[in-house]
Design a protein around this ligand. Structure first.
Ligand code: BTN
Length: 293
């Protein structure tokens, strides 16, 4: 089967694409839509110079009835949020801060699949944008040399057992210099600029992600999980065959077990094979306390 993460090229990505001159330039919705020609996911773009959190904005708009494909993108965030209520440092002009409203007619139990898809698309985009060694760390961190390049925050509203809407937010470190990161980060951070030494524009970064994420979203909306899981696994080397120490669901905090990673189950959970041959499913990143590749 064709690689679902191979991006179809947009009209502005051929030789001579203005990637050098556009670095540092604010993202322009019309130019982004131009780059996305042929990718039907994005219907409308709201550009904000500054906001609290694009995920909060997109969730509000979704609750007010916004259609699938509405993108909110901001030049900076004053209250950018990561998983588990952590802050996502969002200084002006250097990062991609983008959220998209989706309305897949699927059970709410599948929402993690979209985080997996978004991370695979982000990792593939980072590889195409000058970080060839980027990998995904389960479930949805994109790392290069052990430092974080991008993170994904998926937030769902449910209607009974179904999804009412999903907001998928991506924070991608594009042209940060080392001094642009706070010193006390839990996972040290890096940017495309630090990794490649080259400048990448925010429109190009957004387009590379959206063009990869769109096809994966359509697969998930059509209940096709396997190709999405395979695309993710191809970018997540530690998700198969790595020795880990982990807290099984319900275990006391200090009660750690050992096992070997064995890919994803259909809910997006990490399968771990214990030394006795039994399996455990781990659903949150914090339950895996040590990775020994
Ligand atoms: C994580 O790694 O913890 C997820 C980080 C997600 C950050 C993005 S930036 C755009 C969107 N708006 C937010 O407030 N968060 C997400």
């Amino acid at each position: 089967m064709a690689d679902p993460l191979r991006s179809r090229r947009g009209p502005r990505d051929g030789p001579g694409a203005p990637s050098l001159t556009e670095a540092g330039r604010p993202l322009d919705p019309a130019r982004l839509l131009d780059r996305l020609a042929g990718e039907p996911l994005v219907r409308d773009i709201v550009l904000l110079e500054s906001t609290g959190s694009t995920n909060d904005d997109a969730r509000r708009l979704a609750a007010d009835g916004a259609a699938e494909g509405l993108v909110v993108v901001a030049g900076r965030q004053t209250g950018g949020r990561g998983r588990l209520g952590r802050a996502w440092h969002s200084p002006p002009g250097v990062g991609l801060y983008l959220s998209i409203v989706l309305r897949p007619a699927r059970p709410s139990s599948e929402s993690t699949r979209w985080a997996i898809a978004a991370a695979a698309a982000a990792c593939a985009a980072c590889r195409a944008l000058g970080a060839p060694a980027a990998t995904v760390k389960w479930p949805n961190d994109v790392l290069a040399s052990g430092r974080k390049l991008a993170g994904i925050l998926v937030e769902a509203r449910t209607a009974g057992a179904s999804l009412a809407d999903l907001v998928v937010g991506i924070g991608l470190n594009v042209s940060h210099a080392e001094r642009d990161f706070p010193p006390d980060l839990r996972i040290p951070a890096t940017s495309l600029r630090i990794e490649s030494g080259a400048s990448v524009g925010l429109e190009r970064a957004a387009a590379e992600w959206l063009r990869r994420f769109g096809p994966l979203h359509r697969m998930l909306a059509a209940a096709q999980w396997d190709p999405v899981a395979d695309a993710w696994l191809a970018l997540a080397p530690a998700a198969r065959g790595a020795r880990v120490r982990f807290a099984a669901p319900g275990a006391a905090g200090s009660d750690l077990e050992r096992g070997v990673t064995d890919g994803l189950d259909p809910s997006g959970a990490l399968r771990i094979r214990r030394d006795d041959g039994s399996f455990s499913l781990v659903r949150d990143a914090e339950s895996v306390v040590a990775w020994e590749p």
